[in-house]
Design a protein around this ligand. Structure first.
Ligand code: BTN
Length: 320
């Protein structure tokens, strides 16, 4: 009820919403409405009670809050349930535990702080409290494991699109799924899955976004930043979280129609930082200090399976 209540108050803008209309809408007593309003106020929502007129939403706090996230989601969204944590070891770890216990597709876990945040290739993900977004969405796609990398690319597009809509900032995707703003990484994505040979049991899509952080550790500052540090603007994290999920929902439904990225390739390529620019391809031991072989070429975007197409002197090569 709280998420719907917030949605109604937000949509009413400067108008008051009468207690009576809320009672009728939810089929509950005035006291029940008042109790929910009080609980929202306790969470930091500023709701004015105007005598004989009703309730007005004056401001929303930047505190991660499940009803607030849900209140921004479209009705037919894959995500029906958000759970927020003050502190957790890792939202990916928790999502995998829930998946193993039979949790259906669509639950979203969001934390204010992680004590054991996981990055790709066994790295840690730095997880300062109170300023960033650490979120994981559980999905159970009816697809083969080989298609999962494509789904991670959808998540990258969702983050870039959401940041554009909510913060007005133009981010780019560094293939396959880092998000950069002013050439600095502000978001990383870690997808983990449980699968059989031809069948995905579940996948957890973990997304870490540096949002209002003004204190990126010195050793990371050269290559990493936050939305706040690059734009000077604070962002409502509930709204941004929900927008990422809304965008993902849209792209994911398109993906499932064809089991590939054919419907979103152009969109992805429009966000690709290296599009039509020179890139260095490292073969074999990619991303280690000692790559076996390297070659330069011009990035020509991804194909429908998410591989990066690079034009080299020997023709187009497909990098997976
Ligand atoms: C990367 O190395 O770029 C990927 C980082 C992914 C971090 C996110 S934060 C939410 C989720 N929970 C984790 O433990 N990791 C992912």
């Amino acid at each position: 009820m709280k998420s719907e209540l917030l949605r109604i108050l937000r949509e009413a803008g400067d108008e008051c919403v009468s207690g009576q209309s809320l009672c009728e809408r939810f089929g509950v007593s005035r006291q029940a409405v008042w109790k929910n309003i009080t609980q929202l106020k306790e969470k930091g929502f500023e709701i004015e009670s105007v005598s004989n007129k009703g309730y007005k939403l004056k401001s929303e706090p930047d505190i991660l809050n499940a009803p607030a996230i849900e209140s921004y989601l479209p009705k037919d969204c894959i995500c029906k349930k958000a759970v927020t944590y003050d502190t957790i070891d890792s939202t990916n770890t928790k999502a995998k535990q829930l998946a193993e216990a039979g949790e259906p597709e669509g639950i979203l876990l969001v934390a204010d702080e992680q004590t054991n945040g996981k990055g790709r290739r066994g790295r840690k993900w730095c997880s300062k409290k109170g300023a960033n977004i650490f979120m994981t969405l559980l999905i159970r796609p009816k697809t083969e494991p080989k298609h999962l990398s494509g789904i991670t690319l959808l998540a990258a597009m969702s983050v870039a699109g959401a940041i554009k809509d909510v913060c007005g900032a133009d981010t780019k995707i560094k293939w396959p799924n880092d998000i950069v703003l002013e050439k600095k990484k502000i978001c990383g994505i870690l997808t983990e899955m449980s699968s059989e040979m031809n069948y995905v049991n579940y996948a957890v899509i973990g997304i870490g976004i540096n949002v209002n952080d003004d204190d990126i550790p010195d050793e990371l500052r050269k290559n990493a930043s936050s939305i706040y540090l690059e734009t000077g603007k604070m962002t409502n994290r509930n709204k941004l979280t929900a927008k990422v999920v809304e965008k993902f929902d849209e792209y994911y439904k398109k993906f499932l129609e064809t089991n590939d990225l054919s419907q979103v390739v152009d969109k992805y390529n429009s966000m690709l930082i290296s599009m039509d620019s020179e890139v260095k391809v490292l073969y074999g031991m990619a991303e280690t200090a000692d790559p076996k072989e390297e070659e330069t070429g011009i990035a020509r975007g991804i194909d429908k399976d998410g591989a990066l197409l690079v034009e080299t002197k020997d023709g187009i090569k497909s990098i997976v």
